[in-house]
Design a protein around this ligand. Structure first.
Ligand SMILES: Nc1ncnc2c1ncn2[C@@H]1O[C@H](COP(=O)(O)OP(=O)(O)OP(=O)(O)O)[C@@H](O)[C@H]1O
Length: 321
């Protein structure tokens, strides 16, 4: 569905400054996949999406989207894809139903088909009761649902969503996701989205592409990334006098690293927490080191990012992630 090779984008800002926004991204997305592109502010996510949706041309490299080259056949690409950008595309003073109908006509549907499609989407995205409202009167969540509906008017087989849920409260985010996933199933769509929300990428996407400084630095399922790149954290409660002894025993565990102590807590990262914990507790018992409590914490995608870059994605974003 998407295939890029060494895709780059430079922005010449001034005679002395060029921003290398995307530095050689090679990516393949199969039909039906739901891919989240994750990365800090300025990583190159939006620029990549804008190239794939033909809004800007690449500086070098190639990209084929839905069977067409983005540089030589941009209008064919546009016909196959839907794009929901960060800004809102709909006109503020227009009515919700009219906006959807008008979008259908722009995409070449005849009046009857445009009307039918608008009704179908109003229904599917729970906007039916709001059809006569002006766009400017919608709440943030309703507005975002309308944006998604606008992107789906021409029944694209591939949908790009640029930060679809940014700024929404958790309830509206969950609601928007319900709708996106339902639409995906109904229309058998491939979806590529960007997000800052680690939990969203973790739970919704089947595949996470981590971008940093214009490059792909990891690409796999969230589970695989977490297991391979971060590992589990073990937390043990032991009396301070026993910290050194428990550490000595824990150092023998496969992949043991990142030891931390705070109060009566000792924690460390291991490759496989559920397998390592009984081994460590057995050893502690054998050598007479009392352990009051023990927990295994699965890593987060932020741990993955930290592991890859030495930075926390939460800090890098400077906003809720
Ligand atoms: N039109 C432009 N002119 C100059 N520089 C640009 C332009 N568009 C983007 N950039 C720069 O390119 C880099 C990548 O920006 P991009 O918007 O792709 O990042 P992003 O990962 O989508 O970030 P965010 O999460 O903040 O949206 C940034 O340094 C940005 O300032």
């Amino acid at each position: 569905m998407i295939s890029t090779r060494e895709l780059t984008k430079d922005f010449v800002v001034s005679r002395t400054e060029t921003v290398h926004a995307v530095r050689g991204i090679s990516l393949d997305v199969e039909p039906g996949e739901l891919v989240a592109v994750l990365g800090p502010n300025g990583a190159g996510k939006t620029t990549t999406l804008r190239m794939l949706t033909t809004l800007i041309g690449p500086t070098s490299g190639t990209a084929t989207v839905a069977g067409y080259d983005v540089t030589s056949h941009p209008s064919q690409v546009r016909r196959q894809i839907g794009y929901v950008g960060q800004g809102n595309g709909a006109g503020h003073q227009h009515r919700v139903g009219d906006e959807l109908y008008g979008q259908g006509v722009i995409y070449g549907l005849d009046r009857r088909a445009a009307k039918r499609r608008a009704e179908e989407l109003l229904d599917g995205l729970e906007l039916k009761d709001l059809a006569q409202r002006k766009v400017s009167e919608l709440s943030g969540g309703q507005r975002r649902r309308l944006d998604v509906a606008m992107g789906l008017v021409h029944a694209p087989s591939l949908l790009f969503l640029d930060e679809p849920s940014t700024g929404l409260d958790p309830q509206n985010r969950a609601n928007l996701w319900d709708h996106i996933l339902r639409m995906r199933e109904q229309y058998a769509m491939t979806i590529v989205l960007t997000t800052h929300y680690l939990d969203e990428a973790d739970s919704m996407a089947e595949r996470v592409v981590v971008v940093d400084h214009g490059e792909v630095i990891a690409d796999d399922t969230a589970e695989a990334l977490k297991t391979r790149l971060a590992g589990d954290r073990l937390a043990l409660t032991v009396a301070p006098g026993n910290h050194a002894r428990i550490r000595e025993l824990a150092e023998k565990l496969p992949g043991a690293r990142e030891f931390e102590t705070a109060g009566d807590q000792v924690s460390l990262r291991v490759t496989d927490g559920p397998a390592a914990l009984p081994i460590l507790l057995g050893a502690a018992q054998q050598y007479g080191v009392p352990v009051a409590a023990a927990q295994v914490h699965r890593p987060t995608l932020d741990d993955v990012f930290l592991n890859l870059t030495g930075r926390s994605l939460r800090d890098a974003n400077g906003k809720a992630a």
